[in-house]
Unconditional design. Sequence first.
Lengths: 338, 322
Amino acid sequence: MPTPEEDATVSSAEFIKAFRVMLLARVLEEKLASLYRGGMIKGGVFLGRGQEALSVSVGLHLRKGDIFAPLIRDQAGRMAFGDTVLDTLRTYLGSQLGPMRGRDGNIHRGRPREGYYAMISHLGAMIPAVSGALLARRMKGEIGIVGATCLGDGGTSTGAFHEGLNAAAVEKLPLVLVVANNRYAYSTPNARQFACRDLLDKAVGYGVAGHKVDGTDLEQCLLTLRKAVRAAREGGGPQLVVGDLLRLVGHGEHDDARYVDPALKAAPVGRDCLLLAKDHIIARKWASDAETSAWRKEAEEEVNSTLDKVRLEPGPNPEEDDWMAYSKPEFAERYAGA
Amino acid sequence: MSSITYLEAIRLAQEKALADDPRVFLYGQDIGNFGGAFKATKNLAKEFPGRVFDAPLSEDAIIGMAVGAAIEGMRPIVEMQFADFSTCGFNQIVNHAATLYYRTGVPCPIVVRLPSGGTSGGGPFHSQSMEALYAHYPGLVVMTPATVEDAYSMLLEAVALDDPVIFCEHKFLYYHLKSERLPESVLPVGKARLARAGRDATIVTHGAMLHESLAAATELAADGYEIEIVDLRTVKPLDTDTVLASVARTGRLLCVSEEWPWGGVAAEVIARVTSEGFGLLDVAPQRLSAKDTPVPYHPDLWSVHRPTASAIAEVSRRLLNI
C-alpha cells in the first residue's frame, strides 16, 4: 500500500511515462490530420487534442485483464491501455491487416478479446456493455477487475447514459465512467446540453462516487484517476469522473469549429494540457527542453516508419470478403440476383 | 406425465440451459423471485442462486449488459417483458449485438426473449409482432416457434448458438397450447417444417398463425381442398428451399402473418418465390397480414385485426378458384 504522502504525489517516472504517451498520441493525430487533408484517410478523422491528459490517466491506471471502452477522443488512453500506432494507422488507412479488416474504421476499433472494446457510434452505449462485462467477470469469480469507459458532455444527455449508470450502480459494479466536459457536443455548447450546475451533480443522483478534475492538468488527472480506479477496484462501486477541459479541434477534421467561444479559448480551461505537462517537467528539471524535443522526434520517427509500412498494405478485397454477418456460415441467406 | 404448456416449455428450456451450462444466466425485469410477468422464470432464481437477476426498468441497459457479458464468454438470456418494449433496447440489439461479429470477429451469443403477438385486450403496446423488424438487420437470427416442442428445443438451440437470437415466443400460445412430451430430436435452425401435407395450395406461416392456418385447412378439407402448410420456425435464416418445394407441388401460395403487411415476413417469402420460383406458380401469390393500423385494444376490433381461421379460409378459397 502506498503511504498517504505517495498517494498525493505523482513520481517523475509516472508523469514522464504519461507525458510520452500523450506526446505520441498528439504526434500520431497530427499525422492523421495531415493525411486527412491529403485525402489519404478512408472516412472521417476525430481527434483528441486537448483531452490527452485526462484520457491517458484512464488508460495508465488500468491493468492487463481490465476492460476499457474508449470513445472518439481517447487516442492517448487507448495507447496507454495497449493500442498501437500500427493498429491505429491500419484502421484509419483501411488496411486489411488491421483489427477491423476494413469492416469498421477510425475510432471504432478495438480488440474485445483483450478487454479493449470497439465502440459503436451511439453515445452511452458502451456504459451498459462494460457493466455487463463486469457482471460476467464477477459471476466467474474474478475480483479486483475494473472496467472504464469514456464519454463527453453530450453523451451524458442520452438515455443510454442514464440506464447504464443506474444499472451499474444497482449492481455496485467496478465501473469508472470518465466524462470529458469539453464544452461542445459537436457545435452544441453546455448551456444547450444540460441545466444542472455541474455534470458532477449527476453522481449524487445515481448514488455513485463523483470526482472532479481539471482536465488540463496532467498531475491532477493522474491523481484523480488513480483514486477513482482504486476505489472501483476495492469495491466502492461505480465512479463518475468529470474532467473540465476544452476540445482544441473541431468535432472532426471536417469541422473548423468556428462556433467555439473565443473567451473559452483564452480561459484556463482552454489551455493545452500537453504544453502544460511539458512546462511541468521542465520546471521540475525532470528533463530538459532538448530531451522533450528528442522524445517528440522519436515519436515522429515511429509514426513515420509505421506509416511507410502501412501505406503499402492491401485494403480489403471485395471479391475475397466472405460477406458474412454470422459466425455460422450456413446462416448465410441466398438472394436471387444478388 | 402431465401435459406441458408452451409457456412451461420455455421455463423448462431455461431451467435446462442453466443446469447444463454455467455460462448461462438470466437478466430481465421482475424475473427473479417474482418469476416474471408471465412466470416464464418461476422458481429459477431459487433453483440457481446468483444466476437470475432482476434488472431495473431499462431495456437498453439490459441488452447492453447482455452484450458485454457475451463478449466475456457468458450466454445471457434476457427477457423483455413484452416484445413491444424491445424498441427501448433496439439500439443495443441492432447496432451492437448484430454488428459485433462482422466488425470484430467476436461473436455475441445472447438470446433476447420477446413475448410477442396479440392477445385479447392487449392493445397497441402489448401485442406487437416484431420478427420482420429484427430480421431486417444482418447478424440476427430470428426464431418464431409455433409449437410446444419448438418453444423448448429452439430456445435451447438459441442458447447454444454463437450468434445473437431474437426469440419471438407467442403469448397467445402460452397457456392453451399443450404437449404430452418434450422432443428428443429436432430440426436444425433455419429449417422449416411441413406442418400439413396437401396438393392444392401452400400456406406459409409462422407463430400463432400456424394454428389459425391449420384450422382454415381443416375447414377447407371439408370442401375437398387439401392445403399444404409450411411452418417457417425461423424467419431468419429463412428456408426458401422448403417453401419452393411446396409451391412446386401446389402451384399456389398464400402467406399468412400476424405482422403488419409492409415489409413483413410474408412480403419476403413472396419476393423469394416470385424471383426464384416464378414458373412454379399457377396464379399470383397472395398474403394475409394484420391490418395496417396499431393493434386495437377492444376484443371485437382485435379479433378481426389479425388474420383468423375464417379469413384465411376465405382468402384461400379465392386463391383456389382463380
